[in-house]
Write a protein that binds this ligand. Structure first.
Ligand SMILES: NC(=O)c1ccc[n+]([C@@H]2O[C@H](COP(=O)([O-])OP(=O)(O)OC[C@H]3O[C@@H](n4cnc5c(N)ncnc54)[C@H](OP(=O)(O)O)[C@@H]3O)[C@@H](O)[C@H]2O)c1
Length: 316
């Protein structure tokens, strides 16, 4: 496994982490033993970054992650990242929600606490929740502070609220067909020496090659309404998937591995956190790190992906 420094913390986390939104009704993996197998496989392959959130399965994902790490005796080798949603950002709730996360995760301290999304309906002042998080660092309940789904202007303002700490990471949607993060977010994190944690790095499975224009299931999970799988978008994605397969054959790699490697090759600040529903996914995704696409192959994918125009407003 290849490791990258998280921000400027000196912490080495795996370039390929494990996303665990899958441990929820949203994705359908609600069996603890199945989740434990996925986590055990990730640890075995050197994946040490596990990303979860309070809202994933309303605590189920944190509970599964915490229980598995405890049962596997793996606390020392894992870097746990969780997230507190925008509605729990009053000073009191930051503390109360973090305490509940600590209980579910069965740890004394959370390695990375991220603000999952900015408050949009509750009007909490930015510095109120950022200073509350900083206090949690002083109290030893969390170790580092990260943000997720923040525009750069607000991320900058949030960072400026901190007196002694720094925001170490920004977690955003980033994959080969959804590259808006490259416009502002990637330059922002690079400029500040932060890390960019790329969520949905496989475009929720659209880049893996297992879904084809003739075989897009009627998803019963969170993807049911995902515009990426609408024919108007997927028909554009498909030639890219075929190119991922073709390029992968040169390296003995799968389309998913090439898609993840493309993100890792684009910037050293990037860390990918693909979700997995089976141990086989973890094995495949772990093989995305530790090698490099050639410049020509990187560029070919860059140019092909730039010709894709994903539309989120679907006219039926
Ligand atoms: N901060 C945020 O707002 C936010 C938002 C979304 C996600 N996240 C985080 O990012 C993580 C990843 O994002 P995501 O789950 O949305 O999307 P993703 O990682 O792009 O896609 C995950 C899905 O792709 C399929 N898959 C994964 N690896 C595969 C492989 N090697 N071969 C074939 N199929 C494979 C699996 O689904 P199937 O087998 O069913 O196809 C899996 O559930 C989440 O778990 C979560 O931790 C954060």
């Amino acid at each position: 496994m290849e490791y990258r420094e998280l921000g400027q913390t000196g912490e080495k986390v795996s370039a390929v982490g494990l996303g665990t939104w899958q441990f929820s009704e949203s994705w359908g993996l609600t069996n603890y033993e199945a989740a434990k197998q996925i986590i055990a496989k990730a640890l075995e392959l050197g994946i040490n970054l596990i990303d979860t959130a309070i809202v994933y399965g309303n605590g189920m994902s944190e509970d599964f992650v915490g229980r598995a790490i405890k049962e596997l005796g793996a606390r020392e080798q894992v870097f746990i990242a969780t997230k507190i949603p925008g509605q729990y950002l009053s000073e009191d709730d930051v503390l109360r929600a973090t305490r509940a996360s600590l209980r579910r995760l069965r740890v004394d301290a959370i390695d990375l606490m991220q603000v999952h999304w900015p408050p949009c309906w509750h009007n909490f002042p930015t510095c109120e929740y950022m200073r509350a998080l900083e206090r949690l660092v002083s109290m030893g309940l969390i170790r580092y502070i990260g943000l997720s789904d923040f525009p750069v202007e607000l991320a900058e303002a949030a960072n400026a609220c901190l007196a002694r700490e720094q925001v170490v990471s920004l977690q955003v949607r980033y994959n080969l067909v959804e590259r808006a993060a490259e416009k502002e977010m990637l330059p922002f994190v690079e400029g500040y020496g932060m890390s960019l944690l790329a969520w949905s790095p496989l475009a929720q499975g659209a880049l893996t090659g297992k879904y084809t224009p003739d075989n897009i299931p009627k998803f019963e999970d969170v993807r049911a309404g995902n515009p990426l799988f609408h024919p108007s978008n997927f028909s554009q994605i498909w030639p890219l998937v075929q190119k991922l397969r073709e390029i992968g054959q040169k390296y003995g790699k799968t389309p998913a591995q090439v898609a993840l490697n493309w993100l890792l090759t684009t910037s050293d600040a990037v860390i990918v956190i693909p979700g997995a529903k089976r141990p086989e996914h973890v094995i495949d995704n772990a093989g995305a790190a530790g090698w490099r696409l050639s410049y020509d192959d990187w560029l070919e994918l860059d140019q092909l992906s730039k010709s894709i125009r994903i539309r989120y407003y679907i006219e039926e």
